[in-house]
Design a protein around this ligand. Structure first.
Ligand code: AMP
Ligand code: ZN
Ligand code: FE
Ligand code: FE
Length: 300
């Protein structure tokens, strides 16, 4: 039988992608994928629409989310949550906290930009975003549209990236808390694009992954648009070593990341088997790990 493919990392207009959730699903179908996970930053708002479209088109759909965790610079750590229960109270609390962090940061960025004679308003940025999640890519898009920069990249490099003229941090959960919250929401925490941890060497990467595994990490993204073959092989070895599920995806953002095509991550495609293994784990009656057993007696 022919190999079948999926994409387990994608963004829609619910966060900073440019395709509506149902359109990402349609594109998956048109790209001959058999399965898809939508993993918008900080929100589950796109999941119902995507799930409905997937049902109609016969795409195996896995609900997801991507959250950013607090780690020392220059690393970035994103945690994917697969199979989260969209009605769960902990998940709602998490997304509203993340949104509050953005509501605090965005006006500060705009104010600083205004001081730097970049005349854009919060209204323009919100309109650009369309959905609940307003982020730096939307600010960058408005700056570009109004001619203050010539590209999204330039907006980040000069103003919005860490260390940029209008950079402000926002509150993020620690990796431990991120893992716990995804588990509490019924999901499987998966370390996204390990290459972005910017580990100094293999030993450091291994230590980080081991620490996360001890905290209840369930999987690691071995295939991603930013990862080359060496990183793919490294992550695959780490998955085997620490008993983690392997996942993969393109990190499709529509025209916000023009070079990325749904279903293809740096030339590599994602086998359906990755999705099947995630589902198996989610369907286990006791998907708890050794570390999550003490999650529930925190209240005192
Ligand atoms: P935010 O959600 O506001 O923290 O912004 C994060 C988003 O900005 C992610 O989708 C990143 O891919 C994107 N991003 C971060 N750094 C850059 C950069 N240097 N150039 C372009 N996009 C970036
Ligand atoms: Zn994004
Ligand atoms: Fe990410
Ligand atoms: Fe992403």
């Amino acid at each position: 039988m022919d190999q079948q493919y999926v994409d387990l990392h994608s963004h829609s207009t619910a966060s900073d992608g440019t395709f509506a959730p149902a359109d990402v699903v349609r594109l998956a179908k048109d790209s001959s994928l058999v399965g898809l996970a939508l993993t918008d930053h900080d929100t589950i708002a796109g999941l119902p629409e995507a799930a409905a479209a997937a049902k109609e088109l016969g795409i195996d759909f896995l609900p997801g989310i991507e959250i950013s965790c607090e780690v020392p610079k220059p690393a970035t750590m994103h945690m994917l949550g697969y199979g989260v229960d969209i009605d769960s109270k902990p998940l709602k609390e998490l997304t509203s906290q993340l949104m509050a962090g953005r509501d605090d940061r965005n006006p500060r960025i705009i104010r600083r930009l205004n001081e730097l004679n970049v005349a854009i308003t919060m209204d323009e940025v919100e309109q650009q975003a369309g959905g609940d999640v307003v982020g730096r890519p939307h600010i960058a898009a408005v700056m570009m549209r109004k001619g203050y920069v010539s590209s999204i990249k330039q907006a980040f490099d000069k103003y919005l990236a860490t260390g940029g003229l209008a950079y402000f941090d926002r509150d993020r959960p620690t990796p431990k808390r991120g893992i716990e919250l995804i588990r509490e929401a019924g999901g499987l925490p998966v370390l996204a694009h390990p290459v972005q941890l910017r580990s100094e060497n293999d030993a450091q990467l291994e230590r980080t992954v081991k620490d996360l595994a001890d905290l209840g990490l369930a999987g690691i993204e071995v295939i991603h648009s930013d990862q080359d073959t060496a990183m793919y092989e490294k992550c695959t070895r780490l998955a085997e070593r620490f008993g983690l599920l392997k996942t993969g995806g393109s990190d499709f953002h529509g025209t916000n990341k023009k070079d990325i095509r749904l279903g293809i991550a740096n030339g590599r495609r994602v086998p359906k088997e990755f999705l099947d293994r995630l589902r198996e784990r989610l369907n286990r009656p006791q998907q708890q790990t050794r570390q999550t057993s003490h999650e529930h007696h925190a209240a005192g």
